[in-house]
Ligand binder design. Structure first.
Ligand code: DC
Length: 222
């Protein structure tokens, strides 16, 4: 695996994608948002009208390419970056991502995408399953009120209406499903560095992770 591999995991709203994207921009690395990939599968499943509870119905993945590139997510050549943020997708994505078949397919794509170059990959199982040999693993946390506040602000910016109590409920539900599912649940890898971002700004988190990346890079030569 030539190149530096940085794995960033954490629960919904912990800032993974924003932070990963900023780190990638600052360092000139490639960012891969694996949550966006699970969302793309969910969108496609809804569009196809399959029975979302039936794992065998997801065989359509044999002939669809889910691809993340330069902050955009594609199904084949179709850009679905905005469409994957819909309420329907957010509501069903934990179910869709719980199926071993779906995970196997996406993990294959993610590992292939990370083969070459310097990569920042964010998700729920990057340090534990997708890149178990990553050079640095970060596990981001923040208390649920703070995470809900961040999501709420994002929603308002995008012109979406939502009650903060509803956002908290969605986050708690998703955390519960993502961390208790049988297949690759959300879990901190034993060798991951845990960073509580509740009282930190985005800039502080980005700088802290870059600092840790530098240390690890320097250690390589020792
Ligand atoms: O990061 P996000 O909220 O956009 O992710 C959406 C969902 O995808 C999340 O609720 C769980 C699932 N997911 C996963 O199971 N494994 C990953 N590596 C990334 C996301």
């Amino acid at each position: 695996m030539p190149g530096y591999k940085l794995a960033i995991d954490g629960p919904a709203g912990s800032g993974k994608s924003t932070i990963s994207s900023l780190i990638a921009k600052k360092l000139g690395w490639t960012h891969i948002d694996t949550g966006a990939m699970y969302r793309a599968v969910t969108l496609l499943a809804i569009e196809k009208g399959i029975n979302l509870n039936d794992e065998a119905s997801y065989r359509f993945l044999e002939s669809s390419l889910i691809h993340y590139d330069s902050n955009r997510i594609f199904i084949d050549d179709r850009d679905v970056t905005e469409a994957i943020r819909s309420e329907a997708v957010t509501h069903h994505v934990s179910l869709v991502s719980s199926f071993p078949y779906v995970r196997k397919k996406l993990v294959q794509l993610q590992q292939r995408a990370a083969l070459n170059g310097n990569i920042v990959m964010d998700g729920r199982d990057i340090g534990t399953v997708v890149l178990p040999k990553a050079d640095l693993k970060i596990f981001l946390t923040a208390n649920v009120e703070e995470r809900a506040k961040r999501r709420f602000k994002e929603n308002v910016k995008k012109g979406k209406q939502a009650q903060i109590s509803q956002v908290i409920e969605d986050i708690v539900n998703r955390d519960q499903k993502d961390s208790t599912r049988k297949e690759s649940p959300l879990r901190k890898a034993s060798d991951a560095v845990e960073l509580d971002t509740t009282y930190l700004t985005i800039e502080q988190v980005v700088n802290k992770i870059i600092e840790l990346t530098d240390k690890k890079e320097n250690n390589h030569g020792v």
